[in-house]
Design a protein around this ligand. Structure first.
Ligand code: UGY
Ligand code: MN
Length: 248
């Protein structure tokens, strides 16, 4: 069905809102029986790449030269590392350090968020280790002492990690306590519910399935609207001096 050229999606210099009606599926090198919707990458000025992969049962991701983070939105995958196999169900995730040989295979029809970023090493720190876990196993904490906004940090808060991935759950009516403007950029997938996202000088209605990129210092604020909690998974670069960040 056409919609006469209308979409909630928006492309701006310091932010991007991609809605499901604008998604275009593609295949990346090495992919077997799966497709990718690329949400953000260096072509837009980002220092990372994020895409959603749709697997058929038995489908497989291609290789990467970067570090990789995967989060299962729906279905299940298995991650093979050093001769061992790890099964991930919904909300399962894995961090795969740069250079670690691995395979990611769909065990059923699945939707998986994938983040890739060239690792920025730090002298005197060991590179991060392989992690496999589930969001269900991570304790949440309130943001700014607000119990109606709970955050889970999926990666350890350690200097050797150069990015963070968090989930954030807002009870209906909860909001960020301030308009944030910070050097770190974000890649965000709305997982549940919805609300209003301020990005730059615009306010957008957003809902589950949307993707948002926020460039460095993009003004940002979110308020949850509706009868169910709003939940998103959010990437940010972390723990590195801005001078060290890759330039667009
Ligand atoms: O971690 C963050 O910067 C987060 N509070 N930003 C956001 O939700 N837009
Ligand atoms: Mn932020």
């Amino acid at each position: 069905m056409h919609n006469l050229g209308q979409t909630r999606g928006s492309h701006q210099s310091n932010h991007l809102l991609l809605t499901a009606d604008t998604f275009v599926h593609t295949s990346l090198p090495g992919m077997k029986a799966c497709s990718a919707t690329v949400h953000i990458g260096p072509a837009m000025g980002a220092g990372f790449t994020e895409y959603t992969t749709e697997f058929e049962a038995g489908g497989e991701l291609g290789r990467t030269t970067a570090q990789r983070f995967i989060f299962v939105i729906e279905g299940g995958v298995k991650v093979e590392v050093n001769g061992k196999s790890y099964e991930l169900g919904p909300r399962g995730y894995a961090y795969l350090p740069q250079g670690l040989s691995h395979r990611v295979l769909g065990t059923k029809v699945s939707r998986v968020a994938v983040i890739e970023k060239p690792y920025e090493e730090l002298d005197s720190f060991e590179p991060p280790r392989f992690i496999v876990s589930s969001e269900d196993a991570v304790a949440s904490h309130p943001l700014d002492d607000d119990p109606s906004l709970q955050v889970k940090c999926l990666l350890p808060d350690e200097m050797n990690f150069d990015f963070a991935v968090n989930t954030m759950v807002y009870q209906p009516g909860a909001s960020l306590s301030m308009v944030e403007m910070h050097a770190m950029e974000h890649g965000l997938i709305m997982l549940e519910g919805g609300g209003i996202y301020r990005l730059g000088d615009s306010w957008y209605a957003v809902t589950a399935g949307d993707f948002i990129w926020m460039g460095p210092w993009c003004p940002q604020w979110f308020g949850a609207i509706g009868k169910v909690p709003a939940k998103y998974i959010i990437y940010k670069d972390f723990h590195r001096h801005p001078w060290a960040s890759p330039q667009p």
